[in-house]
Design a protein around this ligand. Structure first.
Ligand code: ACO
Length: 376
């Protein structure tokens, strides 16, 4: 018998493919999109520029950016029969389930791209424009708000906020969301991007691949952690209560959502940037309590477990003061990450190799067949 291969549980540290899209240095806490440091992008770029960077491999010039914004604006209008499908979904459904179902349904109205090149990039743009419209349509109907207008003149961040809040965002709110969208846009082979690439690697289409990704993002160990992190901050309420509540959870071996990371061994650089936005938004709204509670939680978790915050710790403390409901946090992650998912799917189509690892079989092999009448 051959020597059993060493199983890397969770594929930890397995290098599964080559990519030109995103680089993470987990020891130095660096994140790079196509050569650009996330700190520069978060300080200087817009989400649309980052999406262009991810899809086309370079930052857009003035004309290219205006063209991309124009296309994204036009693509916000979705087919009427499709909108009726979203409106027919149960109003109490989870928005993440709605998003997954809607992306799958949208494929019925649009070309199924399975090739690299211009038509696939057009598909990436269609999906990136569609996600805010899907979320906005569903959210507005469940809240009894007026129907969503596509508003092509708005940036992606301003459109998302208008769709959810039914009002125009302030400059600060728009920039806060723009930065959050930039920070969530890509993250190498995270679970949802891997799911997208696995599906694409079978030569399945863009919509099926993104549907797989949304399913993977939903889990609380991945994108779902942001909703749990704000729930904890709300349960704690004031910084002086953090010690007892967090230590009790740790004593019960519960995970504190928004902490730890498979790749980062230091603080997630996205968390550092979003923490600053949590403070800025808190100051602007005259309510720093989320920021202050999370500061205390951060100290305790580091002191008790040596763990650092990840991006999911802070997104809710930026979104909640703006008025975004908790159950839209993970969908907002998808609204941004769809740009990265589609960039990875396009890369997969360019250098296609079916992703199909093997398992170390640990079950029996030579059982004798038992007729059904003799089975206990
Ligand atoms: N709270 C408490 N303990 C933790 C946490 C946490 N958030 N994260 C890791 N640990 C502990 C584990 O219990 C384990 O301890 P042990 O060795 O004593 O059993 C040790 O740290 C290692 O944990 P693993 O689960 O092996 O680490 P892994 O790399 O598999 O996990 C993960 C990474 C899933 C992100 C984990 O840190 C976690 O569950 N965090 C909470 C969920 C979360 O915030 N997810 C968002 C990730 S970032 C993103 O998706 C944008």
């Amino acid at each position: 018998m051959t020597e059993p291969a060493r199983v890397q549980r969770g594929l930890e540290e397995v290098v599964a493919l080559e990519s030109r899209i995103c680089f993470i240095d987990g020891k130095l806490g660096r994140l790079i999109y196509r050569g650009y440091d996330i700190r520069d992008l978060a300080a200087k770029a817009t989400f649309e520029e980052v999406a262009h960077l991810l899809w086309y491999g370079r930052l857009p010039n003035v004309r290219e950016l205006a063209d991309l914004k124009g296309r994204l604006g036009d693509l916000r209008r979705l087919p009427d029969p499709f909108l009726r499908t979203i409106e027919a979904l149960p109003a109490d459904a989870s928005p993440m389930d709605v998003l997954r179902t809607a992306v799958s349904a949208l494929a019925l109205y649009e070309p199924a791209e399975t090739k690299p090149g211009a038509t696939a990039i057009a598909g990436a743009e269609r999906l990136t424009a569609a996600l805010p419209s899907i979320l906005g349509t569903f959210h507005r109907r469940r809240r009894g708000l007026p129907a969503l207008r596509p508003r092509p003149e708005l940036s992606q961040a301003a459109y998302v906020l208008y769709a959810i809040l039914d009002r125009d965002a302030s400059e600060l709110e728009e920039r806060a969301l723009d930065v959050a969208l930039i920070l969530h846009a890509d993250h190498e082979l995270n679970a949802s991007t891997f799911a997208a690439r696995v599906t694409a690697s079978t030569l399945s289409d863009l919509y099926s691949s993104v549907t797989s990704a949304i399913g993977a993002l939903k889990g609380p160990l991945h994108g779902g952690a942001n909703e749990r992190a704000i729930e904890l901050a709300e349960q704690i309420g004031t910084p002086d209560r953090a010690d007892a509540i967090v230590k009790e959870k740790l004593a019960r071996h519960e995970r504190i959502m928004g902490f730890g990371h498979r790749v980062y061994k230091v603080e997630d650089p996205r968390a550092t940037i979003l923490r600053e936005w949590s403070r800025k938004i808190g100051e602007a709204k005259g309510d720093l309590h989320y920021y202050e509670v999370l500061e205390r939680v951060k100290e305790i978790v580091h002191q008790e477990k040596g763990l650092y915050p990840n991006l999911d710790l802070y997104s809710g403390s930026v979104y909640t003061p703006i008025g975004i409901p908790h159950d839209l946090f993970t969908p907002l992650f998808a609204v941004s990450r769809v740009s990265g998912w589609t960039a990875h799917i396009l890369e997969e189509y360019e250098d296609l190799r079916l992703i199909r690892p093997t398992a170390q079989y640990i079950g029996p092999t030579d059982l004798a067949w038992t007729p059904i009448a003799n089975r206990t």
